[in-house]
Ligand binder design. Structure first.
Ligand code: SDX
Length: 381
């Protein structure tokens, strides 16, 4: 008799724990971190000031924020062995493999890491700081340039651009990147956060859990969509070709990268904020920027008309991210490592929160294979 169990493929609609970190309202298209709306935070705060409440639960007072910023900047420098791993890996594999490998190697070489104390907050601050330096350094070696030591006097986003380009960034570019990092900082139990929790729930270490998250974010259904959405825009070439290109893709049952979401069945509030940056980009005299901006806006219009209201397929955080990153001259190959850089406080916050009331994550699967078979010698098979 077939057992009566309900399979929730992909754990769709399943609540596996409670959390106080982030609320995602997929019907109304609302997002808040620790009770503060994403619009409020993106407009008024900084990545450091958002990472603090994700980890500690409350907005920091001035002294607390200064200490947190100093902790982050003190941990930016990369061990020479990590720099060597990056130098020897670039152009040999996907940049997310390099990021994952470099983070995995940190416990071997990182003096900031005292595995005996395993202070999860200090390890989190170390990871948030190091993943930014590793990503920027990958961006250097990809284009044949050398490591740039961090500048302790700069903010997190500002220092990222400094380590990437080797020159002090403009205030405008730093603010745009800072806002993008805020928008990527956290998003409840998305696939990469969930995989971090599966690892953490075995009481493994935070570096292993963080590495699980990087591997999960790499997938095109998740973090890599930002890079693939921009590659689609390059393939479209001209805004007048957008409708034709997308219709062909849809007819072949292909997914349009940067659209659709498991939770949002309306406009992703983060995409709306990122899209607001495109207005100034339309006036750019840089032909690449102007062109991809026009294509992005044409694709948005067409996809919303075709699949928005009818199918609940709307722009998500990944769609406009690519054109904005190109506007501040970020190379496409480090878009997904940059997503990991932004998401680092969210991953760490969930690991710390879940371990306060840990339960090994071990779901069931319904066995539908054969039973009661008997072993046969190889000669008689
Ligand atoms: C992120 O979870 C999070 O919070 C993630 C994230 C975060 O901050 O951590 O928000 C970041 O990962 C955003 C999503 C980035 N991925 C993409 O942009 C890839 C393209 N999007 C899709 O693959 C898809 O929309 C998903 C994976 C994001 C969500 O897919 P679901 O919930 O599993 O929905 P589904 O695959 O069951 O699709 C339902 C229908 C299907 O049609 P039918 O087979 O029923 O006919 O909608 C169609 C799909 O084909 N569909 C799309 C589509 N997304 C869904 N059709 C064309 N293009 C798309 N983008």
């Amino acid at each position: 008799m077939k057992s009566v169990v309900k399979i929730e493929k992909g754990l769709e609609g399943v609540y596996f724990t409670e959390s106080k970190i982030c609320k995602v309202d997929g019907t109304l298209g609302r997002l808040c971190y620790r009770g503060y709306s994403i619009e409020d935070l993106a407009e008024n705060s900084t990545f450091e000031e958002v990472s603090y409440p994700l980890l500690f639960g409350v907005l920091p007072k001035k002294g607390e924020l200064n200490t947190f910023k100093k902790d982050l900047s003190d941990k930016r420098a990369l061990p020479k062995e990590i720099i060597k791993i990056i130098e020897e890996s670039v152009n040999k594999c996907d940049t997310m493999h390099i990021l994952r490998t470099a983070v995995s190697a940190l416990p071997l070489y990182d003096k900031n890491l005292d595995s005996k104390t395993s202070d999860k907050l200090q390890d989190s601050i170390n990871l948030i700081s190091k993943v930014a330096s590793i990503t920027a350094t990958i961006g250097r070696y990809l284009y044949g340039k050398k490591y740039v030591a961090p500048n302790k006097n700069l903010g997190h986003a500002e220092n990222f651009l400094y380590m990437l380009n080797g020159v002090l960034p403009s205030k405008k570019d730093s603010r745009i990147l800072d806002k993008m990092m805020i928008l990527h900082a956290e998003h409840s139990s998305n696939a990469s956060t969930f995989s971090a929790l599966v690892t953490a729930s075995t009481l493994s270490d935070i570096y292993s859990a963080f590495t699980s998250a990087i591997g999960t974010l790499k997938g095109p259904l998740h973090g890599e969509a930002d890079e693939n959405a921009l590659r689609m825009m390059y393939a479209i070439k001209d805004a007048n070709n957008t409708e034709n290109y997308i219709n062909n893709a849809l007819n072949k049952k292909e997914r349009i990268m940067g659209f659709g979401h498991r939770i949002y069945k309306t406009y992703d509030p983060r995409a709306r904020i990122i899209r607001s940056l495109l207005t100034e980009m339309q006036k750019s005299n840089n032909t690449e920027i102007k062109n991809i901006t026009e294509i992005a806006l044409a694709a948005e219009k067409m996809m919303i008309e075709k699949l928005g209201k009818s199918h609940g397929i709307w722009p998500n955080v990944d769609f406009f991210a690519g054109p904005v990153y190109r506007y501040i001259n970020i190379p496409i190959d480090i878009f997904t490592p940059l997503f990991a850089t932004g998401r680092s406080p969210g991953w760490c916050a969930h690991i710390i929160e879940y371990l306060e009331n840990n339960r090994l994550i071990r779901p069931l699967e319904l066995y539908e294979g054969k039973t009661n078979l008997h072993y046969k010698k190889i000669s008689s098979r």
